[in-house]
Design a protein around this ligand. Sequence first.
Ligand SMILES: CC(C)(COP(=O)(O)OP(=O)(O)OC[C@H]1O[C@@H](n2cnc3c(N)ncnc32)[C@H](O)[C@@H]1OP(=O)(O)O)[C@@H](O)C(=O)NCCC(=O)NCCS
Length: 161
Amino acid sequence: MAPLPPHEITLRFLAAPTDANSSGKVHGGAVMKWIDEAGYACASGWSASYCVTVYVGGIRFYKPILIGQVVEVHAQLIHTGTTSMHIAVNVCSRDPKASEMTHTTHCVIVFVAVDKDGQKLPTLHWEPQTEQDRLLQQYALRLMALRKTIDDEMKPFLTGM
Ligand SMILES: CC(C)(COP(=O)(O)OP(=O)(O)OC[C@H]1O[C@@H](n2cnc3c(N)ncnc32)[C@H](O)[C@@H]1OP(=O)(O)O)[C@@H](O)C(=O)NCCC(=O)NCCS
């Protein structure tokens, strides 16, 4: 049997001055871009296809990231549906001279693989392997149920905007 594609990826780099505001703290938008990039790399690696972001929500910025810090953006597939890939992304940072990482941001982002016409493609099924995987999959399923409520709440405001 062919080995499964990778279901996780970590991007590592230094936070640059162009990522930050005048007080030396990285913009939330820059962090969101890194989250999307890591999620994209994870989803594309798993599906071996071009992917698009379908849902980003519940991003929590716990701590600031400073210019010059080492940033790690870890993206991990935690659930697959028929076409959706649910990916947990955690961002950590540290002073390059220190060893301890600080957890700065967390979210779950949903991607779908699409063909050249932008039509969704079925995704390769992901099966949890460890107890931690199973807990993360249950977490993804609970978030999905909560999002249904949020989507219903938002529906009346989606037209005419
Ligand atoms: C991707 C796209 C082709 C999917 O078509 P669609 O008609 O919306 O398809 P669906 O409604 O079936 O949604 C696709 C998947 O996303 C899931 N999804 C939809 N809304 C969701 C939400 N709020 N939260 C989590 N998952 C959601 C669906 O459950 C479905 O997954 P499943 O097949 O595993 O059940 C279309 O939504 C699209 O082109 N969106 C724009 C993508 C984009 O431009 N992204 C930004 C730049 S990359």
